[in-house]
Ligand binder design. Structure first.
Ligand code: AHR
Length: 614
């Protein structure tokens, strides 16, 4: 039996223990979290970072109209977006139309009741002012919604239309089309650049995130958001690093970059967009800043660090500076006059891989600390040059190894720096390979997290990684949330995060076990003073159910409790075709007495028992 000790003071638990780590991996940003529905929307580069092309765009022509579409490098929109799509209308008959379509990211989702906003820049040769027809059509040619624009001139202008398909079912076999009636346009050319198409975004944010993905993430009640990487901060080489200044401002000023995960990142979702996501989801920003080390193992020499440090100082001024500063005023121009607090600054990523972190950490720390003395600094590897508030520890392990880490921090020295478990994830067969995100892995996560929560006086923040995975584009396995063009689903590990995070205590209570220690049962018990709730979190990694007596010392509770349970077979998983195999089942149970009861924990389960103190 277990005795929950309400009669002795517990340890306070970190109020921001659970959060997210995010980077664009597994096509999780462009094509996923970022709500942009069009692919190759500004013709900046090929899918894998090669020369720009018109992939994902196709010529549309009907009846006897004919036309060509080409990538034009001679009619730039501006100095950043130099390539445009050029439509040349060649022949026509009375009722023909010509134009082009975009296939979206593996389809274009159209849902009942949803409106779509399209924007683009266009100009035309003299004598052609439009109209252009902008539409969403099924792949078989049914027009689901359309609008027209006119008034084209010889200079680029931005056009915006709203499209409201009246459909009764959700489909993804659709395309975005821009066309002209060829009869009035023969011999004319029209240039286009920087398209966008958005449906409903999370919290209706402009240029925002896909609302269904946002809702699935919000349910976890994350307290912090670590971004933009991960490896994707570092660059495959120094010049390819993530650079904040290339990710802010209007879309037509964003250049894009070849991401570390070997596909083109448009930067349509940039620094300020991540901040908006933090604001909309009530998450504390944990900002990773580039610290002079890239994935090809090159380090910026100490003597050359100056411009890299300055770039980070500029980034921090952009976020936190008043509007009277250079970059604070740029932020205001971009729509966010209020300074944004960045309480946690992480210097680099996984610098335990490098041998140069000592001089790099020192240089970045000194420069940032001078301007922002009150911020918390996160070190990502061993270095002794300067102090740090938190050390970022990462764990990608097998189920067995992860469970063995249950007591990893039990005897860790208190009173020095704290711990940030900035990335962890169990793969039942070892790091990052083909194994499915199954219940076996999720239960090992749960055991590890139970150990972390027991030590949450020391371990202040924890985040599963990677966060998101586009079905069919997996680069790292497992991930927390899967999605395709049509739907989003949580993996079993997602439901563990949700269970542990959304049932959050502020104090960890002492628990006395009368018979034996941990395994196959692992537990942590906490209370929340403001709501008088007690949370008993229990993981049963064994194949048999376990009946345990639970006694309360120093408190009595109401006669009914709530049980929230994730359980099943070890191989159970969720997928596009079966998204709800593993989930949380909730039930009410009765207690035999206000100070004690028996509870039977299911085989292979993670359970939260929610009790209410009188
Ligand atoms: O989460 C996937 C990768 O794992 C991260 O980019 C990196 O920090 C770690 O090696």
């Amino acid at each position: 039996s277990l005795t929950i000790r309400n009669d002795v003071a517990g340890n306070s638990s970190s109020p921001i223990l659970y959060g997210f780590m995010y980077e664009d991996i597994n096509y999780s940003g462009d094509s996923g979290l970022y709500g942009q529905m069009l692919r190759n929307w500004n013709f900046q580069a090929g899918d894998t970072g090669g020369a720009a092309d018109l992939s994902h765009w196709s010529l549309v022509k009907q009846n006897t109209g004919s036309a060509t579409i080409t990538l034009d490098t001679a009619n730039p929109l501006n100095s950043i977006n130099k390539n445009s799509l050029r439509l040349d209308v060649t022949t026509s008959s009375a009722s023909s139309r010509v134009g082009f379509s975009n296939e979206g990211w593996w389809g274009l989702r159209v849902q009942p009741g949803e409106s779509y906003t399209a924007t683009f820049f266009a100009k035309a040769t003299s004598g052609f002012t439009g109209p252009l027809t902008v539409s969403i059509e099924s792949n078989s040619g049914t027009v689901l919604a359309s609008a027209s624009v006119s008034g084209l001139t010889g200079a680029y202008q931005k056009f915006t239309v709203t499209l409201k398909p009246s459909v009764t079912t959700t489909t993804i076999t659709n395309k975005f089309v821009v066309s002209v009636a060829s009869s009035g346009a023969v011999g004319k050319s029209v240039w286009f650049d920087v398209f966008s198409l958005f449906g409903k975004t999370y919290k209706d944010r402009e240029n925002g995130i896909r609302s269904d993905i946002g809702n699935v993430l919000e349910a976890v009640q994350p307290s912090f958001f670590r971004f933009p990487g991960g490896n994707n901060l570092e660059g495959q080489s120094i010049p390819q690093r993530w650079q904040w200044n290339e990710t802010v401002g209007p879309l037509e000023e964003r250049k894009g970059r070849f991401g570390d995960w070997s596909y083109w990142n448009t930067n349509g979702q940039g620094l300020l967009d991540y901040v908006y996501m933090c604001e909309d989801m009530n998450m504390v920003p944990v900002l990773g800043v580039y610290a002079g080390y890239s994935l090809d193992t090159s380090s910026v020499p100490e003597a050359n660090l100056g411009p890299y440090i300055q770039q980070v100082l500029d980034e921090l001024e952009y976020l936190m500076g008043s509007t009277s500063t250079t970059y604070g005023s740029l932020r205001a121009k971009h729509g966010h006059p209020e300074p944004i607090d960045i309480p946690y600054i992480e210097i680099g990523n996984e610098d335990f891989f490098s041998t140069t972190y000592d001089y790099r950490y020192k240089a970045f720390y000194d420069a940032i600390k001078k301007v922002y003395p009150d911020k918390k600094f996160i070190s990502t590897g061993p270095q002794t040059s300067r102090p740090y508030d938190l050390l970022d520890d990462h764990f990608y392990l097998t189920s067995k190894e992860m469970i063995a880490l249950f007591n990893h921090y039990d005897n860790y020295a208190r009173g020095g720096s704290d711990i940030f478990v900035g990335e962890f994830g169990t793969n039942s067969q070892g790091c990052c390979g083909a194994s499915a995100a199954n219940l076996d892995a999720a239960l090992a996560d749960a055991v590890f997290m139970t150990g972390l929560e027991r030590n949450s006086d020391l371990v202040k923040m924890i985040a599963y990684a990677p966060l998101l995975n586009r079905d069919g584009q997996t680069q790292w396995n497992p991930d927390l949330v899967g999605f395709n063009t049509e739907i989003v689903w949580g993996t079993p590990s997602y439901y563990i995060q949700l269970l542990w995070s959304a049932n959050r205590a502020d104090t960890i209570l002492q628990v006395d076990a009368s018979n034996g220690g941990f395994g196959p049962l692992y537990w942590v018990v906490g209370s929340k003073e403001s709501t008088k709730q007690i949370f008993v979190k229990m993981v049963n990694t064994g194949s048999s159910s376990q009946t345990i007596g639970i006694n309360l010392k120093g408190a009595s509770v109401h006669s009914q409790g709530v049980a929230r349970v994730v359980s099943g077979g070890l191989e159970d998983t969720n997928s596009a075709s079966s998204p709800n195999t593993v989930g949380i089942k909730e039930s009410v149970f009765s207690l035999t007495s206000a100070t004690g009861f028996n509870y039977t924990f299911a085989p292979y389960s993670a359970t939260v028992l929610l009790l209410h103190r009188m």
